[in-house]
Design a protein around this ligand. Structure first.
Ligand code: NDP
Length: 391
């Protein structure tokens, strides 16, 4: 189905909408499944050991503390699911068989959660930076961007937990779709295997370095509203896995050279992404840390100019965009020769490219206000925003 037919023909649009359609009883059942998943994850997070990391210093000099045991939770969750599948308690294709319906149920849950959190934020009597109301008075804006910075439920920091649930959900969806292909077609296609390999490495790496999340923009700067609630639990898992869904019904002849190039793009992107984020994280912990074998250089002792941060001001975004592109390459690029025949598997890199370009502008404005002259000096020393010598 082409992009044009979806826009011009309501029938074609309805065809796309069909998999998302779910009746009342099914909706309640699927929402219970998602709630069950969240409940188990919260329980694992509470009981499994993990390092406690202090979050950024907030305006009122308080901090949020995060228990970083996402990797342990993921391993236990996968082991539990593996056992349940082995003994036929659940089907490995449980998600893949009803992905659209699951997406709708998760969406409804997120919608309810965002309304509840907006109301809770409006009526809160708390006055800490984390929990006080940051309401603007514009209901739509408050609902979309959130009213409280770090709302919690029974002691669980919801913002940190939600990202964990979304990233893990992404992996579970990928695995379920892979299982469906394996069961229906007798093997995994090379393209599916490549996509699965890259995503699995990326997601495990995410949880291995979960503590780095505690200093990211979402955690330190954004209130917890519909944008993040939906973004983390619906958008990330259901759209970042689009390539896997697409590969279920499309076969791609990927040559060994194309596969090797694909692996190379992933490795380069991943190395840049991981080193940039690690360098900044380590520098924040210890400004004298060694980067690429030399003591870190910083402007005013606060803005790192060594390593990746001396190449472009958001080299981590460059790495992430390359990785995102590598996730889609297994779906082939030849389809672009037929206009609009399938932009679908390239949704993630396109989205990420636009998001990170926009986010870089917002971060730049924030840093320029925060660091003032130091930021100007940094921009002079490192003129490139994301792509060295291009942008
Ligand atoms: P960053 O991790 O780049 O954090 C930006 C902050 O880092 C700034 O606000 C500033 O905060 C600090 N900073 C900036 N430059 C320097 C410097 N030179 N030296 C020291 N500190 C500096 O941004 P994000 O949180 O947006 O992204 C984190 C990762 O998450 C990225 O790799 C990004 O690609 C990825 N990401 C992925 C998304 C996806 O959908 N896949 C979506 C969004 C992000 P401070 O006030 O602490 O100094």
């Amino acid at each position: 189905m082409s992009l044009f037919s979806v826009v011009s023909d309501p029938g074609a649009f309805m065809e796309l909408y069909q998999p998302l359609k779910v009746d009342g009883v099914e909706l309640v059942v699927l929402m219970s499944v998602v709630l069950g998943y969240l409940g188990i994850l919260a329980l694992l997070g509470a009981v499994l050991p993990g390092q406690t990391i202090a979050g950024t210093l907030l305006a009122d000099k308080t901090r949020v503390y995060y228990k970083c045991n996402g990797l342990a939770s993921l391993v236990v969750m996968l082991a539990g699911l593996g056992i349940a599948i082995k003994f036929d308690y659940i089907s490995p294709t449980i998600i893949a068989d009803r992905g659209g319906k699951m997406c709708t149920a998760t969406f409804v849950l997120c919608l309810m959660m965002s309304v509840w959190l907006t109301l809770r934020g409006y009526f809160t009597k708390e006055n800490s930076e984390s929990l006080k109301s940051h309401a603007t008075g514009n209901i739509i804006e408050d609902w979309w961007l959130g009213v409280q910075l770090n709302p919690n439920f029974l002691g669980l920091d919801l913002k940190f937990f939600w990202i964990r649930a979304g990233m893990m959900g992404w992996l579970l969806i990928d695995f379920s779709v892979a299982a469906k292909q394996y069961i229906e077609q007798g093997s995994l296609s090379p393209s599916m295997a490549l996509f699965q390999l890259f995503c699995t490495l990326y997601i495990f790496d995410y949880f291995w370095h979960e503590e780095y999340m505690t200093s990211t923009w979402d955690i330190i700067a954004e209130n917890f509203g519909f944008m993040l609630i939906f973004g983390d639990l619906v958008f990330i898992p259901f759209t970042f896995s689009i390539q896997a869904w697409w590969l279920l019904s499309h076969s791609v002849d990927i040559t060994p050279t194309a596969a090797a190039m694909n692996v190379l793009v992933f490795l380069i992107g991943f190395a840049v992404f991981r080193s940039a984020n690690t360098q900044k994280h380590k520098f924040k912990q210890d400004p004298k840390v060694k980067i690429w074998g030399k003591p870190a250089k910083a402007i005013g002792g606060r803005l790192l100019v060594s390593g990746c941060w001396g190449i472009s001001r958001h080299c981590n975004y460059l790495g992430d965009i390359l990785v995102a592109f590598s996730f889609s390459l297994p779906c082939g690029i030849s389809d672009f020769s037929r206009p609009c025949s399938s932009p679908v598997p390239y949704f993630y890199p396109t989205y990420l490219f636009i998001l990170l370009l926009w986010r870089e502008r917002r971060d730049e404005a924030r840093c320029s206000t925060k660091y003032k002259e130091l930021w100007k000096e940094y921009c002079k020393a490192v003129p490139w925003r994301i792509f060295p010598y291009i942008y």
